[in-house]
Write a protein that binds this ligand. Sequence first.
Ligand code: GDD
Ligand code: MG
Length: 324
Amino acid sequence: MKALVLIGGFGTRLRPITYTVPKQLIPIAGKPLLYHVFDLLPPEVDEVVLATGYLSDAIAAHVRAHPLPIPIRPVPEATPLGTGGGMRNAGDDLSDPFLVFNSDVVADVDTSALIRLQDQRAGAGVMALYEVEDPSPYGVAVLGPDDRIERFVEKPERASAPSRWINAGVALWARSVLESIPRGVPVSFEREIVPGLLPQGVYGFRFSTFWEDAGTPTRLLNAQRLLFQHGRAAHRGRPPGALGSAQVAAASTARATGASFGDFVTLDEHAVVEPGAHLANCVVMAGATIEREASVIGSIVGPGARVRAGHRLQDGILGAAAEG
Ligand code: GDD
Ligand code: MG
């Protein structure tokens, strides 16, 4: 079986970092968001196709340098084609059925069980669904008997949202679904294609452990917290000489002697945290420096950025090589 991962999109809500780093490569809980998506691949999958767009070269270079046991094949889009257009553009050699992942979600989905459900129901597809308080920023599914999806509305008004079960961004589709997507033009799969597939049978696969769309700074850090709390962090621990007993995932080249840590911190390659600095609930990207006595809380520090001695960065986002 093949899996397709959708990696277009500009990551506008994570600017300025996403001017140079695609959101999928921002490290949370010790590794890039994209690699937490790869953790959801079931053993049935023997190739991953990446539908890339914005900053596709950065994605291609990263996956070349950090391969999986199975091949990863990036297929770039010249212009953004949307979720449906991206599936169509990259989908020529997909299997029947194939898995599709949004690349900005963290989740606990048993994708092997999702495949088994598709085998039983034999409809157009199965979509993983998660229940949220406010479904209005997402695709919303109304379930009937046997969890068959009877209605699907992308981003409804909050007051008129027909249920609280949302498209979690993990699905399995029959190959024939690709043929219903026009080629070479922008298409929203969720708005323009999914409603028309419902008569063929599209089923919900409900799960409840954890889920987050990591598309904003707050949600990205919430996704990181969930990964730590559910034991999904890359187990790298604290750097030598760091203080505190918190949940930290630091690259082996990161330095933080004499710095103190609260929970849920990622330190990427060659990050430096000077003595007396304090970090909690944050991401410090490659080559960034947190100077003496500074504190970084609820924030994302971009690659090569610097937080000045004694400064406090709270709920902030610093772009590449910026100073704060
Ligand atoms: N290849 C390609 N081309 N991928 C794209 C494009 C494009 O033009 N536009 C977006 N993507 C990718 C994004 O990188 C992301 O991984 C995924 O498709 C979904 O796009 P988002 O822009 O993040 O959509 P959303 O979060 O507003 O809504 C989607 O995700 C929700 C769950 O997080 C929808 O699928 C909703 O139905 C869903 O509930
Ligand atoms: Mg999203």
